[in-house]
Design a binder for this molecule. Structure first.
Ligand SMILES: N[C@@H](CCC(=O)NCCCC(=O)O)C(=O)O
Length: 270
């Protein structure tokens, strides 16, 4: 690994939301990404790059990254986790995004790339590992918590409910507390949690809010949006710092193992 690579901050690939937007000069499909995600990675010491959804060169793509961030957005097509029905509240299904992010998550796990999964991202992680989703909390879960806080006109920077964190978990080590206040912008949630994942955070109504995967450098999924909160509430920068630090540690190890094992070894799991 070159000295230049070792000298630079870790490169963190962030998945965008495809959107079709109309302007005076025409209608275009674009890749949208809230700048909050990029600022959070930059404040945490990484270099953010936007990943164009594609499958042809995925094996090369994951080898030029030091970490991955799966961002928020539309619903996953329910048939991808075995549901034959599509709830009326379903929105924003995009098949290329689904296919790209599911494959990206699996590749990142194979290469032990540090992986932070936010909102839609935790749902992608769960489905990628064989789990399922609640298609609509409001219709299928008896709860008094409004998980779409925009309906209560609570600003995105502010929390709308608490999350209880499992003591001794990675998430507990990151936040340094077992109860945190988070924002909430989702109508779906994890139903059957993939067997490899550990639930480490729940809302007061029992909705899964965070999962981890043991045996990897760093795999964390959260249902809230720390990127929207960290500038008003600095504790929410911590998950991004943990991602960047794990990416730096992985690269340091590769710097010593590649000369022995050969270039291109992306740190695949033995
Ligand atoms: N569609 C899923 C995930 C919701 C989600 O990612 N919300 C983010 C909204 C802002 C953005 O698009 O980034 C669900 O509703 O559960």
């Amino acid at each position: 690994m070159s000295e230049e690579v070792l000298a630079r901050p870790p490169v963190i690939g962030i998945t965008p939301s495809p959107s079709t937007d109309t302007f005076s000069h025409g209608t275009f499909e674009r890749y949208a990404l809230s700048t909050n995600y990029a600022r959070a990675i930059e404040h945490a010491g990484g270099i953010p790059i936007v990943l164009v959804p594609q499958l042809d060169h995925l094996s090369h793509l994951v080898r030029i990254l030091d970490g991955v961030l799966l961002s928020g957005g539309g619903d996953i097509r329910p048939s991808r986790y075995g549901d034959s029905t599509v709830h009326p509240e379903t929105y924003g299904i995009h098949d290329l995004r689904d296919e790209f992010e599911l494959a990206l998550a699996r590749s990142a796990l194979e290469l032990d790339l540090p992986l932070l999964c936010i909102c839609r991202g935790i749902q992608v992680l769960n489905v990628a590992l064989g789990g399922t989703l609640i298609q609509d909390i409001g219709d299928q879960v008896p709860t008094t918590i409004e998980h779409r806080q925009q309906r209560r006109e609570i600003p995105s920077t502010e929390p709308s409910h608490e999350v209880e964190i499992v003591p001794g978990s990675l998430l507990h080590a990151i936040y340094g507390d077992t109860v945190i206040a988070v924002n909430s912008f989702h109508h779906q949630a994890l139903r059957e949690v993939a067997s490899e994942l550990r639930v480490v955070g729940r809302a007061p109504d029992g909705i899964v809010e965070a999962v981890e995967l043991a045996g990897r450098r760093f795999v964390l999924g959260v249902q809230w949006h720390p990127e929207m909160m960290f500038e008003a509430h600095p504790e929410h920068l911590k998950p991004f710092r943990a991602l960047v630090e794990a990416a730096e540690a992985r690269r340091a190890v590769l710097a010593f193992t590649e000369p022995v094992l050969g270039a291109g070894r992306g740190g695949e799991r033995p």
